[in-house]
Design a protein around this ligand. Structure first.
Ligand code: F6P
Length: 329
């Protein structure tokens, strides 16, 4: 973990990468705790893009009114290719210095943290990360902001699909988000009673899924739901349906839940997590700590060096997948 000596007076907060429900609660906590600690807090519009375009404005207590319950991010978000180059980061640092920003709170995922780490290493701009992504795939934190809401949104859809699947004796494949991560798939699969769960880690095969469905049919089951993460092999949900059809002759209906999983009002759990993490990020900066992410270990908040977060991947919990298999008999 790095430390810096400068007394901070003005901090910047931004959201970056895919949005996640609860990001607004985190922004609100940063602004209100910052102001309570006599800091000036500036909002940087659309993440690293806003740093490059000098889109940086002061935030006041009242700007944070009525946002805790809103999904998305009031600061907007973006992915910037220019910032990925050292020249881009130099320009961003110049703009931050010109705006008098002493330190940053970065709310985002692993790509956003790689950017914050590089900004510290190359330009000595101190930053603390707050993990905000529905994918829950950030090394060093048991939970990320937005995951709980996304799982509940997907689960609500799956419960509805189960009604129609049961009425028509059908097989459904429901695709959830997670390009590189099976966290949503595994949690939703377990909570929704899925017969099989496909994750990007390749934990199962079409053959195994077909065997499980046939076995279930022989025991009297008339409908089944398979959950698949968008990043799984052999491909997206329609490819999986084709592969199942070729292997078994069984027809599967496909439902892709898509970006609705990223929106909506955050759950209480996400609002509380975001509020605690936002407040802890400001506290860490006031103590002179930087180049870290605020994570969770159980109920406890922890500080994790950003280079560790950036270097490691967090894999789906395999035990949830095997439990889901046992329970969906
Ligand atoms: O926010 C994470 C995530 O939702 C992934 O699960 C998904 O693969 C990706 O973002 C999609 O991002 P975008 O909609 O920005 O292309």
């Amino acid at each position: 973990m790095a430390q810096f000596q400068k007394q901070i007076r003005r901090i910047g907060v931004f959201t970056s990468g895919g949005d996640a429900p609860g990001m607004n609660a985190a922004i609100r906590a940063v602004v209100r705790v910052g102001i309570a600690q006599k800091l000036e807090v500036y909002g940087i519009h659309a993440g690293y893009l806003g740093m490059l375009e000098n889109n940086i404005q002061p935030l006041q207590l009242r700007d944070m009114a009525n946002i805790i319950q809103r999904g998305g991010t009031v600061l907007k978000t973006a992915r910037s290719t220019e910032f990925m180059k050292p020249e881009g980061r130099e320009k961003a640092a110049q703009n931050l210095r010109a705006a008098g920003i002493d330190a940053l709170v970065c709310i985002g995922g692993d790509g956003s943290f790689r950017g914050a780490h590089a900004l510290w290493e190359e330009q000595q701009i101190p930053a603390v990360g707050v993990p905000g992504t529905i994918d829950n795939d950030i090394f060093g934190s048991d939970k990320t902001i937005g995951f709980d809401t996304a799982v509940n949104t997907a689960l609500d859809a799956i419960d509805r699909i189960r009604d129609t699947a049961a009425s028509h004796d059908r097989l459904f494949i429901v695709e959830v988000m997670g390009r590189n991560s099976g966290f949503i798939a595994s949690h939703v699969g377990l909570a929704g009673g899925a017969e099989e769960i496909f994750t990007p880690e390749g934990n199962t095969t079409v053959e195994k899924a077909v065997d499980r469905i046939k076995d279930a049919i022989s025991r009297g089951k008339t409908s089944s739901i398979l959950i698949t993460a968008e990043g799984q092999k052999p491909g997206r949900a329609y490819d999986l349906a084709d592969a199942i059809r070729k292997k078994s002759g069984m027809d599967a209906k496909v439902c892709i839940l898509g970006h609705q999983q990223r929106g909506g009002s955050p759950t209480a759990a996400d609002r509380i997590l975001a509020s605690r993490m936002g407040a802890a990020a400001v506290d860490a900066l006031l103590k002179g700590y930087c180049d870290i992410m605020i994570g969770t270990e159980g109920e406890r908040l922890v500080q994790v060096p950003l280079d560790l977060v950036a270097k490691h991947e967090r894999k789906t919990q395999i035990d949830l997948l095997s439990l889901a298999n046992i329970l969906a008999t």
